[in-house]
Design a protein. Sequence first.
Length: 211
Amino acid sequence: MCAVEAEPKLVEPVRTVVDGVVREVRVPALAAAPAQGSLGDIPFDNAAQAPNEAVLARKEADGTWRDVTAAEFAAEVLAVARGLIAEGLREGDRLAIMARTTYEWTLLDFAGWAAGLVTVPIYPTSSALQARWIIQDSGAVACAVEDTAQARIISAERANLPWLAHLWEFDTGAIGRLVKAGERIPEALVHARRANRTPDSVATLIYTSGT
């Protein structure tokens, strides 16, 4: 017989009122905040708990979809994270990603977190001025784009972004080159960087549309 968890006890919300107007309403969290770990741990935790479970699906060149298991995804995240380190990205560096929500976007996002980086998403429909502002304001030292059109947008602005050391394009094999570059980096270095991240570490800088 399964034990039934008791429903959380309802508490009266605390209201902050300014000039007679409610500005904030809050209640205590229903679960304790995590004391350790970060988003970069998710692929590795999933792989340890259920390595053969499908966690994502990716579209193949022929248009079919293939499931990616937790173990496969964690291995890819680790390989790309090693590549980011090999390219000289240090803990806390900003990595901009300008692309649709593709498999490569997700992979690089998690790899960036695993390498101790802060990711900076850029809407794929952003103008050159918007993209430049986001990279400039965030201080991103690397940017990954999805296709040649986006690469041209960022390339046209690189004279205004002298600290942008890397521009990678998914469609021309950026992920594969990062994996190749990372072969000389010990896996332990990625795990050490992950261990340095905490629930209070900044994971992503998000700029709203039209910023």
